[in-house]
Design a binder for this molecule. Structure first.
Ligand SMILES: Nc1nc2c(ncn2[C@@H]2O[C@H](COP(=O)(O)OP(=O)(O)O[C@H]3O[C@H](CO)[C@@H](O)[C@H](O)[C@@H]3O)[C@@H](O)[C@H]2O)c(=O)[nH]1
Ligand SMILES: [Mg+2]
Length: 240
């Protein structure tokens, strides 16, 4: 008998109190409509805005088998948030995404269908192919994102159109293996994960997504992060 697929969503949060209920509602709708089994793992880094209180209310509303809160004691960064959350994933597939509506749950059904089409190891959302795109960013942020992708693509040639995006579907075993090899912790993490996955021979497919800038709150991307990213690309170039 075929094993029914289950999708574990890893959702890192930092001050997402206002976004969390709606994103959870949309996820529930998407998975219910598509008749897919799922769980949501919220990795909150001691957000001062009360994100965890909201998460607990959601556990009460949707049930503890659907929504799980796996908090950490402080703001330890995105990369390690995925590593932390992954330990608790019970699905055979893992989806990583942002909590601020930049990644709309409606794209998940396309990612799931794409994965099944070619038994792909990874399906990544792309803003830079097909009818994908970015909305709500100023020119500077668009330039930084495009530049970051162009730079990594030129130096490392992974052949994936969106290296820094973080809306992705992985086979859990593949994510575990790639994450084990990945060294960077911050924004560089997504790019390194993809470069390593391609280097390890995993099959990657892309689904165009529209990335809409967050509704509430602020991005945590700063100047330091951009320097770290450039260093990360060059480090990989030396190693891979
Ligand atoms: N647990 C935890 N969550 C965090 C942390 N920093 C950010 N987050 C959460 O991670 C998600 C993304 O953070 P944002 O601050 O909204 O990132 P962004 O600037 O919009 O960046 C997005 O685009 C980048 C470039 O395309 C991506 O590289 C990045 O991963 C993200 O998708 C959000 O759900 C946010 O709450 C942290 O230290 N800890
Ligand atoms: Mg964001």
């Amino acid at each position: 008998m075929a094993v029914k697929n289950k999708y574990s969503i890893l959702l890192p949060t930092y001050n997402e109190r206002r976004n969390l209920p709606i994103i959870t509602w949309l996820l529930n709708r998407t998975f219910t409509e598509n008749n897919l089994d799922w769980e949501l793992i919220i990795i909150d880094d001691a957000s001062p805005d009360g994100t965890q209180t909201v998460a607990k209310q959601l556990i009460n509303a949707y049930g503890s088998n659907r929504i799980k809160l796996q908090p950490r004691a402080g703001k330890l960064g995105l990369g390690t948030a995925y590593v932390h959350g992954l330990q608790f994933a019970t699905g055979n597939f893992v989806i990583i995404m942002d909590a601020d509506f930049s990644h709309h749950p409606k794209f998940i059904s396309r990612m799931v269908a794409k994965q099944a089409e070619g038994d792909y190891d990874i399906v990544t959302g792309t803003r830079y192919a097909g009818d994908g795109g970015v909305f709500g960013w100023d020119l500077k942020r668009k330039f930084v994102s495009r530049g970051a992708n162009l730079f990594a693509d030129t130096v490392l040639r992974p052949g994936v159109s969106d290296l820094t995006g973080s809306f992705r579907l992985y086979k859990k075993a593949v994510l575990q293996e790639v994450i084990r090899r990945t060294e960077s912790k911050g924004y560089t993490f997504q790019m390194e994960m993809m470069v390593r996955a391609k280097g390890m021979g995993f099959k990657v497919a892309e689904v165009p997504i529209t990335f809409v800038d967050r509704l509430y709150g602020e991005s945590k991307l700063g100047g330091d992060e951009i320097v770290e990213y450039a260093k990360g690309v060059l480090n990989l170039w030396l190693k891979v």
